[in-house]
Design a binder for this molecule. Structure first.
Ligand code: DX5
Ligand code: ZN
Length: 223
């Protein structure tokens, strides 16, 4: 399991140190939650902050755009060359065009589904993306409760991925912690985002290690 801590839960007054600690604690990606106050009822950070975070980070960025006017925001993030740019299927009219554009600029495109959006909506875009991000909370805030229907969605998505694009990764975002990580792994999830669980812990390395499960214990296979 790969782990992408979300800096939304970091101490913003010590952001440089927080980024450094995460990079030294075994994280695989730095998850950047971009909110515009329109697509979601919250605002986070803009380019001056993210540009500095990108410079300070020794691990690749995983940019999650929770915005309207997605095409406009994508242009700002492409020059930072993150590993992934994830765009919500609910926010984009011409998804295939945008995905192709992101890939043409050397960034791996990903599509995000809100909790109520079916994996079936991905059928004709799956061959073109490198990752699907499944929201396990309603986007907008850190520290919310995990919506467990994402487990069934991940299992169904895994079947679709096997048929359409076996190299596509599944990422889950929201309410991830040591209690649900084995179920997520068993459902076929490859990457988890974790905000409050990691930043709320005393020891980031230990918290991240507790999410890096490789195999599934018997108990969660049986349930
Ligand atoms: C929610 C964000 C998440 C959030 C996760 O809108 O997309 O990335 O920061 O935070 P936790 O892990 O606290 O649910
Ligand atoms: Zn996110």
């Amino acid at each position: 399991m790969l782990v992408a801590p979300s800096i939304l839960s970091a101490d913003f007054l010590r952001l440089g140190q927080e980024v450094e600690s995460i990079c030294q604690s075994g994280a695989d990606f730095l998850h950047i939650d971009v909110m515009d106050g329109h697509f979601v009822p919250n605002l986070t950070f803009g380019m001056p902050i993210i540009t500095q975070v990108a410079r300070a980070s020794s691990i690749p960025l995983d940019v999650h755009l929770m915005v309207e006017r997605v095409e406009w925001f994508v242009e700002y993030f492409l020059p930072l060359q993150p590993e992934f740019i994830s765009v919500h299927i609910e926010a984009v009219a011409h998804l295939h065009r945008l995905i192709s554009h992101i890939r043409s600029k050397g960034v791996r495109p990903a599509v995000v589904l809100n909790p109520h959006t079916s994996e079936e909506s991905l059928r004709y875009i799956l061959p073109d993306v490198d990752m699907v991000l499944l929201m396990s909370v309603n986007p907008g805030f850190g520290g919310q409760k995990f919506i467990s229907s994402v487990l069934e969605k991940a299992r169904r998505l895994k079947d679709l991925i096997e048929a359409k694009n076996p190299r596509c990764l599944i990422e889950v975002d929201g309410g991830v912690n040591a209690d649900n990580i084995h179920d997520l792994r068993a459902a076929g999830v490859d990457i988890v985002v974790a905000g409050s669980y990691v930043f709320g812990s005393k020891n980031y390395a230990k918290a991240i290690a507790s999410l890096k499960v490789d195999s599934t214990p018997e108990s969660s296979l049986e349930s």
